[in-house]
Design a binder for this molecule. Structure first.
Ligand code: FES
Length: 257
């Protein structure tokens, strides 16, 4: 089970109220994790409990009595006496709008996608009740740059790695892969290049492929990816396994599963 953000090691306990339930958790715990521990699931895309919260997707918005705005629950720590609301009409509308923007820029090939049935974007679209997208679809294989010219190289697939493929057209730039590469593996092979609509995950310097970069093929990025952007070649070729066994490799000091 994924609680959204890593556990806090603090011994000090904090009590707050989330959706009417009193919850006591260690100081430093995120509101998202506290809610999850209480059985309340807040929609999320960029947060996972194996890497530090980043707050990029803005799907996990909540409201806190006495505070302005709708902070991200993954990056907001609990505090004594807080009263948090995770479900109301305003939050539902905001999350649906955020998800609509993600889907407007994503290939709609779910039925033939390697991640079909195992895709967090698909799950979250369902969780926020998204049925229609009001915006015109973008041709994600020829995404325009700021100067208005199409750039087919920009969204080209990278199949150079012998174990996994990288398809930037399916990337939501949540940066989970970048953070997993840094925090789980300590390799720093991945980065995000560009800004705004042009931002994309990149292995190494411009012009590098995954194979020519510092990537050591540990698979931490593939495990962290919430869509089919980074996907094992075996999954592309023969589909998702019917059963998987989580184990720890004995040949590496990282200790990832
Ligand atoms: Fe909190 Fe993405 S899950 S901002």
């Amino acid at each position: 089970r994924d609680y959204g953000t890593p556990a806090s090691r603090s011994e000090k306990q904090v009590t707050l109220t989330i959706d009417g339930f009193e919850v006591t958790v260690p100081e430093g715990t995120s509101i998202m994790r506290a809610a999850s521990l209480a059985g309340i699931q807040i929609p999320k895309l960029c947060a996972t409990d194996s890497v530090e919260a980043f707050g990029s997707c803005r799907l996990c918005l909540v409201q806190i009595d006495g505070r302005n705005g709708t902070p991200a629950s993954c990056t907001t720590p609990v505090a004594e006496g807080l009263t948090v609301h995770t479900q109301n009409e305003t939050l539902k509308r905001l999350r649906k709008g955020v998800m609509e923007l993600y889907i407007s820029d994503h290939p709609l090939d779910c039925l033939t996608c390697a991640a079909n049935g195992d895709c967090e974007l698909q799950d979250m679209a369902g969780a926020v009740g998204l049925r229609d997208v009001r915006y015109d679809a973008v041709d994600t294989h020829f995404r325009p740059r700021h100067n208005g010219h199409a750039n087919p190289q920009y969204m080209a697939k990278d199949t150079s790695n012998p174990y996994f493929d990288y398809d930037p057209s399916k990337c939501i730039v949540c940066s989970r892969c970048v953070r997993a590469c840094e925090e789980v593996q300590g390799t720093f092979a991945l980065t995000i290049q560009g800004r705004g609509f042009d931002s994309r995950v990149s292995a190494g310097m411009s012009g590098d492929t995954f194979l020519s970069s510092d990537c050591v093929s540990c698979g931490a990025c593939v495990q962290a990816c919430p869509t089919a952007t980074l996907v094992e070649k075996s999954v592309v070729e023969i589909g998702t396994p019917e059963r998987s066994v989580i184990t720890t490799c004995a040949y590496c000091g990282v200790g990832c599963s």
